[in-house]
Design a protein. Structure first.
Length: 233
């Protein structure tokens, strides 16, 4: 059957008979095209898979990726000025104590928070300090609902390390005090009284004045009274 006969035919019977006798001849070019299409689709799919994996890798290693930020863990005494500028609030991780490299002093950034509510857990928050001579410093303080320096424990962060003002039960040595003054490049008169203020705590500003380096007196250690605070210069 020719093409003209096929187009002019109105009876399907001879058309079906023609197809039955020429199945291999008809299917051969179609199978070739089908193989070409399958091969092309395979190449396209492979390319898309490589692109997807590449984008996933880049997203997972992007330092600006928010999920990657949330995986950051540091010791609170290792926080830097850049850390506090990137995330003004850092939360302690008591549920992760025992994991490699982590303990009670481990903190994680909370860039999703604008207020460090003590009700969500123990946190430290970005704090501004102003020395007696007007010099401004940056650092952090522990967030709490009480105006108690033994709980707030303010800390100035410098490019040379941190300077703490609360020493708890142990009175700081002369060497420790000299190192602190050196980091701040101040003497006693230029530094104290030292004012501080944090706008990231609870529903109000947490602020106060640090009269000196502080620790509990021996009376406090013996009688467990919170009022026995010793000022050290």
């Amino acid at each position: 059957m020719t093409e003209a006969e096929w187009l002019a035919c109105t009876d399907p019977t001879p058309m079906l008979e023609f197809l039955r006798g020429n199945e291999r001849q008809i299917m051969k070019p179609n199978l070739k095209r089908l193989r070409q299409v399958v091969a092309w689709l395979s190449v396209v799919c492979l390319g898309l898979m490589v692109l997807w994996l590449g984008l996933g890798f880049l997203k997972g290693t992007d330092p600006e990726n928010s999920q990657d930020k949330m995986r950051i863990r540091k010791q609170v005494y290792e926080l830097t000025l850049d850390d506090l500028k990137r995330s003004p609030i850092w939360e302690f991780c008591p549920d992760e104590v025992g994991m490699p490299g982590q303990d009670e002093a481990t903190v994680k950034p909370r860039p999703d928070l604008t207020v460090a509510d003590p009700g969500i857990g123990l946190t430290v928050a970005y704090t501004v300090f102003v020395a007696s001579d007007g010099t401004q410093f940056l650092g952090y303080c522990y967030t709490c609902n009480e105006n108690d320096l033994s709980l707030i424990q303010p800390v100035i962060v410098t490019n040379h390390g941190q300077v703490a003002f609360w020493f708890g039960m142990i009175e700081p040595t002369r060497a420790q005090l000299d190192e602190a003054y050196a980091k701040l490049k101040k003497d006693k008169a230029a530094l104290f009284p030292l004012r501080f203020q944090s706008s990231f705590v609870g529903n109000a500003v947490q602020s106060g004045t640090i009269p000196a380096f502080l620790c509990y007196t021996k009376e406090k250690q013996a009688k467990r009274t919170l009022k026995a605070i010793k000022e050290v210069y």
